[in-house]
Design a binder for this molecule. Structure first.
Ligand code: NCD
Length: 336
């Protein structure tokens, strides 16, 4: 794909070469994200950050990524604090904000809303999550993390992976499946309540691309023999009422004793976060916090690298980053 000036709306825009290109730029961002070097390459540029749905990691990491490249962030959070609450259309918001910004990152409750917005935008738009549809930058950082955690150089082949939880409404697992589809011989075990199964079109596409898919409600057997287990939260905000969401909370949990009994000793544990740590849910227990295969915080850290790389490529400054770079002059002894 041609990244320059592109809207990043769906993972379907990417092929494996695009992914490798992005990942090699992400690798180059390490010294900046780790606060060894600083760069001013985006000095003067403005990111419009529009999050019309709750977000911690995605919003802050997109903002940090832009700041780390030297740019500024202007943001609005929640529909109620923006003019959308006064009945403004996505079209008008897009026309206006794209006049103030060089690039826009947007999250919204409705499937397809970011694409609709992008059609009226005068600058590139990155989808930071539209309803239960897609979350492309998350899938990219997830795949980047998978490769780092499993020491995979080049193309992925023969991965054995379990996706657990709310596979119906979880946009992260939708985008991740669409991305993994591009590779070879992946065995997917999809563990969810039968009412929250992965959408059929996504499963059909995986099968058509030659992958193996097993769907089950049995977490214990589903966890066996996996390189990786990817847990998700019940997406309570997508249900008609909380009672319905409550019936699924806590159904599938991973903790130290379940891990020891059913996983390989080094099965990598991932979760897009936030994990729901309330007692009735707790899909990923704190008793695994010190486990060396718990990748969740390295996964969240990788979000900054991937988002810096997306900005660099869409704004065409990927070759200039190091031209303006200097050592940082503050205390940076980070304990990883
Ligand atoms: C996810 C999301 O918003 O889709 N969070 C994230 O961006 N890391 C997952 C979730 O909210 O459960």
């Amino acid at each position: 794909m041609n990244f320059l000036g592109a809207h990043i709306l769906s993972i379907n825009q990417f092929d494996t070469q695009d992914v490798e290109r992005l990942f090699s730029i992400a690798d180059q961002m390490q010294p900046y994200a780790h606060r060894e070097l600083k760069t001013r390459v985006l000095e003067g540029a403005i990111l419009g950050s529009l999050f019309f749905e709750p977000s911690t990691r995605t919003r802050i990491s997109f903002g940090c990524a832009f700041n780390l490249l030297g740019g500024q962030v202007r943001e609005t959070t929640e529909i109620k604090s923006s003019a959308l609450a006064k009945g403004e259309s996505l079209y008008d918001t897009a026309r206006v904000i794209s006049g103030y910004s060089d690039i826009i990152v947007m999250r919204h409750t409705m499937d397809g809303s970011v694409e609709e917005f992008s059609k009226a935008s005068r600058v590139p738009v990155i989808n930071a999550g539209d309803g239960s549809a897609e979350h492309p930058s998350q899938a990219l950082l997830d795949l980047y993390t998978i490769k780092k955690e499993l020491n995979i150089e080049g193309e992925i082949n023969g991965l054995n992976i379990a996706l657990v939880g709310d596979l119906k409404y979880g946009r992260t697992v939708h985008s991740l499946c669409k991305l993994l589809k591009l590779y070879k011989n992946i065995s997917f075990t999809l563990i969810s309540p039968s009412e929250l199964k992965m959408p059929k079109d996504i499963v059909d596409d995986l099968l058509k691309s030659g992958h193996e898919v097993n769907e089950t409600e049995n977490m214990e057997t589903g966890l066996g023999d996996k390189h990786l287990v990817y847990l998700t939260r019940i997406q309570e905000e997508r249900f008609n009422n909380q009672e319905e969401a409550n019936t699924y909370r806590g159904r599938f949990r991973l903790n130290q004793s379940i891990y020891t009994a059913h996983c390989e000793p080094d099965t990598v544990i991932m979760h897009p976060l936030p994990r729901d740590s309330r007692a009735e849910a707790n899909e990923l227990d704190n008793d695994l916090n010190q486990h060396p295969s718990l990748a969740i915080f390295r996964q969240a850290d990788n979000g900054v690298l991937i988002r810096m790389a997306l900005f660099a490529l869409t704004l065409g400054i990927e070759k200039d980053i190091h031209l303006t770079s200097n050592k940082v002059n503050w205390y940076t002894d980070r304990r990883f």
